[in-house]
Write a protein that binds this ligand. Structure first.
Ligand code: TRP
Length: 432
């Protein structure tokens, strides 16, 4: 028996040079996760997303190369995972349109990134949508398509992205409700310990604050940048605070528990900032130096990366292409000659009422009976076991409306007329 696999998926927007924050928060954990048994991983370069922020073609190309090389140099094995470039999968923008059509505009109005722009414009006394592209507005839908295309279970992201994952869940549910079960609602996977790496100025390390340390800076550059990390003015010999020390937090993201304790003690003992910076330099360099050579080699041979990405896209499309075909069929984008064949059975099934069994937080088993549009016809009370619930369902299927009386004590009061429930039970009996 094979283990049930969990599918992980994450993307990085190709809008800049990868920095230590990307490495600690995304690249390193995703490489580690990809080595775990029972995990199937999808990692991609979100270059369609980059178009929302960047209109410099050369920068997008450069960033795509750098991020791909970083991921590979950090140990991502393209044989083990599915590693691809978003824009090589034409099914993704197609799915984005399908999802656009099941997503409320009001939901997108509330997306953080869009709202932030609107709030900023409003505060400045400008038109709320000034300089807001429809691309920014649709950002969450494209991201939903990335995730749902491969039915990922877990999406490792930073806290700022949680809302997008929730929206993707809603898109999955809305689509499933209309067209049948096609999508798995995904979950965000937050790495608490690495959510925010501080940058040179102590704020979150981010391109937008211009406070980053590039992942593949040379040792000399690294040394210079580390020298620029903000510290306080305490002199050598004076005890230093680890709390709020960007230097300490960056060190912690690379060091073992033991190493961290040692530096904590050195802080208390009044280590000079210059010496602490030297320790940080050595620790980061120890982890990054072995990857630098691979990175440089890949950067010097972009055609190698191109070939890896194209192979990854072919692998991804082995799933995406047939899946998209079934989704096209589900929504009614069908070959006109097909009608009479495979479709009738499915349509008839989709139009039937159905029983849904589930387990509640109280450990009890319940079922409901819903019509083809998902309206609730019947709701059971709790059963001790799934078997008991199943027997009640069997009785309803066998005896129809008559069973409503026999089972009355195990059902919630009817929300609709008993004859409607009876008719639906009959429809089900005929249909199956
Ligand atoms: N929005 C993510 C970011 O800016 C990148 C991204 C695009 C992504 N599509 C995704 C992440 C799908 C996870 C899953 O960091």
């Amino acid at each position: 028996m094979s283990l049930p696999t969990t599918r992980f998926l994450t993307g990085i927007t190709t809008s800049g040079t990868p920095h230590l924050g990307n490495y600690v928060g995304s690249i390193r954990p995703s490489v580690r996760a990809s080595l775990t048994a029972g995990v199937e991983s999808f990692y991609f370069l979100a270059d369609y997303h980059a178009l929302i922020k960047i209109d410099e073609p050369a920068r997008i190309q450069r960033s795509t190369l750098e991020i791909a090389a970083s991921w590979l140099a950090a140990g991502l094995d393209p044989e083990r995972v599915t590693f691809y470039r978003q824009s090589d999968i034409p099914e993704i923008p197609e799915l984005a349109w399908f999802l656009t059509c099941v997503t409320g505009k009001g939901v997108l109005n509330r997306a953080h990134a869009y709202k932030a722009s609107v709030d900023k414009n409003t505060a400045a006394g400008q038109d709320p949508d000034a300089d807001v592209t429809a691309g920014l507005f649709m950002y969450p839908v494209l991201m939903g398509a990335d995730i749902l295309m491969f039915n990922a279970h877990k999406v490792p992201v930073g806290r700022d992205q949680i809302q997008h994952i929730e929206m993707a869940r809603d898109m999955a549910n809305s689509f499933n409700h209309r067209y049948g079960e096609h999508f798995v609602p995904p979950q965000a996977e937050i790495e608490e310990s690495v959510a925010t790496l501080p940058g040179l100025d102590g704020r979150k390390m981010s391109k937008s604050y211009d406070n980053t340390i590039p992942l593949f800076a040379t040792r000399d550059q690294l040394k210079k940048l580390i020298a620029g990390i903000v510290t306080d003015s305490r002199a050598p010999g004076e005890a230093k605070d680890t709390e709020g020390s960007a230097l300490f937090q960056i060190y912690q993201a690379f060091a073992s528990e033991e190493e961290t304790q040692t530096l904590r003690k050195a802080y208390a003992d009044g280590i000079a900032w210059g010496d602490a910076k030297q320790i940080l330099l050595e620790r980061i360099d120890r982890e990054i130096a072995p990857m630098r050579e691979t990175y440089q080699d890949l950067m010097n041979h972009p055609a190698k990366i191109e070939a890896i990405l194209l192979a990854g896209a072919a692998k991804a499309r082995k799933q995406a292409t047939p899946f998209m075909a079934s989704l096209r069929h589900a929504v009614g984008l069908r070959k006109l000659g097909d009608q009479a064949q495979a479709t009738t059975a499915k349509v008839a099934k989709a139009a039937l009422p159905s029983f849904k069994q589930y387990r509640e937080a109280d450990g009890q088993f319940r079922f409901k009976f819903v019509d083809a549009q998902g309206r609730l016809l019947l709701q059971s009370l709790g059963f001790a076991s799934p078997k008991d619930a199943g027997q009640a369902i069997a009785q309803l299927q066998r005896d129809g409306a008559a069973a409503l009386t026999t089972l009355a004590a195990q059902l919630e009061p009817l929300a609709v007329d008993a004859t409607v429930v009876g008719a639906a039970l009959e429809l089900l009996a005929v249909g199956t």
